[in-house]
Design a protein around this ligand. Structure first.
Ligand code: NA7
Length: 542
């Protein structure tokens, strides 16, 4: 008899999605085990501990909405929560709902194989541990497969060096370790949302900070502030309205596009509205703008011009300002990093921008970074070079479905999925926030809750009806994959290269394909609800 532990469901990952899925399946009375690579819960917030790491979502729209008690118990300290506070919150959730007892930590799942005869999945961790379950649910995150740059010599540097998502832990708290940047020569490679957050903090303390920029992003002010006791009391009273607003918005935020064209208003009115949004907190200047700024290139050009003028007004040296203004994409066509004083950092004497388009990196050396014109000597070198986005957290696991078919091969030309929640030849395999899922372009916990609740209802349905196997049909997954492509056609996201499009300079082998779902969270939820109401239409269930 096999000694491999047996469960009703195995969940991979103990981040926001995995923690809630565990709770819901346990409530159904299922025997569940979570396998988590890290040594604790938290997912993204466990791994990303670099200084400056924080939400770009309003904190009170980000927390779980499913426990009224938790909503009343927890006090957010800032409008955009810093990583240590978020980890403290997730620690509270884990303790309050006693989640850790069903999680195996330090256990990276490296292999998952569907056993057709038994109609079960078997997983194997890097440590060689195995487990079996009828259902395999992935909660592996969209941005968790760390991607180092493919630059010669990355292992040569003798100083302190790591990727931002591997920042060491502060053993006494919830945040990252103080690695001693004070007074040191610090280098940061990468200027995406992560690099922008880190650079602002490093510039405060480094003796000298050198930023290696390949191509700039359009950053916009976050306008964070502490939450007063009165504000928190008001938030607690208004949670139902806050979550309702998020549910009704296209991306799960409190912001929604203004259903008006930039061309319907006068130049003065448009400029005044752009200015108003620029002074508002969070993503409102992106996701609360005139609707055509994200669809019509001419409308986007007006907003882009406004944002470029803002950068010019914030950077003293006009030549440097031009280097910081993106010329290859318009505002909001790629993920917008949120800043506090990012552009002002470049007015400081202790900060240098190295434009890698002018002087590319040739190699990393023992002492620092050698660009085509000189060697930049450093004590600390941080890689803020991003992730193998969305699909990477799947393809880095050896996942085998029916007849030995590999998920990696199925997705070789871009993902093929049904609802971003599963695929043909992979029965009983459910991908929370998988590629093409509505949760991918969303204030993520809002859409995670929809995903988890839908999967939990499915589990209950199957149990009540004594069904044991569910698999999307080829027709359904082809139709959904086409719908994903069609619904992104109008959006400007597809008109430039970014991780949304699966483009990664360090992974030339990755095919260009839209990895998210741009049809909006309400439309996605409506479709999932319709599928369930029709007895899980598009799936073969038996
Ligand atoms: P991103 O947004 O993928 O940014 C990575 C950055 O690193 C970006 O500026 C890249 O330039 C740069 N990069 C990558 N490889 C290299 C090499 N080889 N040389 C120089 N520069 C390089 O990742 P983040 O971690 O900042 O953010 C990820 C998401 O996390 C973010 O969108 C939020 O949703 C949270 P490039 O863009 O290719 O010009």
């Amino acid at each position: 008899m096999s000694t491999t532990p047996q469960y009703d469901a195995i969940i991979i990952g103990a981040g926001i999605a995995g923690m809630y899925q565990l709770y819901r399946l346990r409530e159904l009375g299922l025997k569940v085990r979570v396998f988590e690579h890290g040594s604790d819960v938290g997912g993204t917030w466990y791994w990303n501990r670099y200084p400056g790491c924080r939400f770009d979502s309003e904190s009170y729209t980000y927390g779980y909405s499913w426990s009224k008690e938790l909503l009343q118990e927890w006090n957010w300290k800032e409008h955009f929560s810093p990583q240590p506070d978020t980890m403290e919150y997730l620690d509270l959730v884990a303790r309050k709902f006693d989640l850790r007892k069903d999680i195996t930590f330090n256990a990276r799942v490296s292999k998952a194989t569907y056993d057709e005869a038994a109609n079960e999945w078997e997983i194997e961790t890097e440590n060689g541990e195995r487990a079996r379950a009828r259902f395999l649910i992935t909660a592996v995150g969209v941005l968790s497969a760390t991607q180092m740059p493919r630059i010669p010599g990355v292992d040569k540097f003798k100083g302190i060096s790591f990727h931002t998502s591997r920042w060491p832990k502060d053993e006494k708290g919830f945040g990252g370790k103080d690695i001693g940047m004070k007074g040191k020569r610090v280098g940061v490679i990468g200027t995406g949302a992560t690099g922008v957050q880190l650079i602002q903090e490093a510039a405060k303390v480094a003796g000298h900070l050198t930023v290696f920029q390949l191509a700039p992003e359009f950053c916009a002010p976050l306008r964070n502030a502490p939450i007063t006791d009165d504000e928190m009391a008001h938030i607690k009273e208004n949670y139902p309205e806050i979550f309702k607003k998020c549910r009704e918005s296209s991306a799960g935020f409190m912001h929604n596009f203004v259903m008006k064209s930039v061309f319907e208003v006068s130049d003065e009115e448009r400029e005044a509205f752009f200015e108003y949004l620029y002074n508002r907190p969070g993503f409102e200047k992106w996701l609360g703008n005139y609707v055509d700024t994200m669809i019509d290139p001419r409308a986007n050009a007006l907003l882009t011009d406004f944002m470029a003028r803002k950068i010019r007004s914030r950077v003293k040296d006009p030549v440097l300002a031009e280097k910081l203004i993106p010329k290859n994409h318009g505002f909001g066509m790629r993920r917008v990093p949120m800043d506090t004083n990012y552009y002002e950092v470049y007015n400081q004497d202790n900060v240098t921008l190295v434009d890698l388009r002018e002087t590319p990196i040739e190699t990393i050396t023992e002492k620092g970074v050698k660009t085509s014109d000189k060697e930049h000597e450093l004590d600390i070198l941080i890689y803020a070079t991003g992730f193998d986005a969305v699909t990477g957290s799947f393809t880095r696991i050896d996942i085998t479905g029916v007849g030995g078919k590999k998920l990696k091969d199925k997705w070789a030309d871009g993902p093929v999925t049904y609802l971003g929640i599963g695929g043909h030849d992979f029965p009983n395999f459910l991908t929370l926030v998988g590629p093409h899922n509505g949760a991918t372009f969303c204030n993520i916990p809002r859409c995670i809750e929809q995903n988890v609740e839908w999967v939990s209802d499915l589990m209950k349905y199957m149990r009540d009806k004594k069904l044991t196997r569910i698999e999307p049909t080829v027709k359904a997954e082809n139709e959904w994959t086409e719908h994903v492509a069609e619904s992104s056609q109008n959006s400007l996201f597809t008109k430039t290269d970014s991780w949304f499009m699966g483009v990664n300079i360090n992974m030339p082998e990755k095919k260009r394909a839209f990895l998210l779902y741009a049809g909006g969270a309400p439309a996605y939820k409506a479709k999932c609800d319709e599928v369930a109401a029709k007895g899980y239409e598009g799936f073969e269930v038996r």
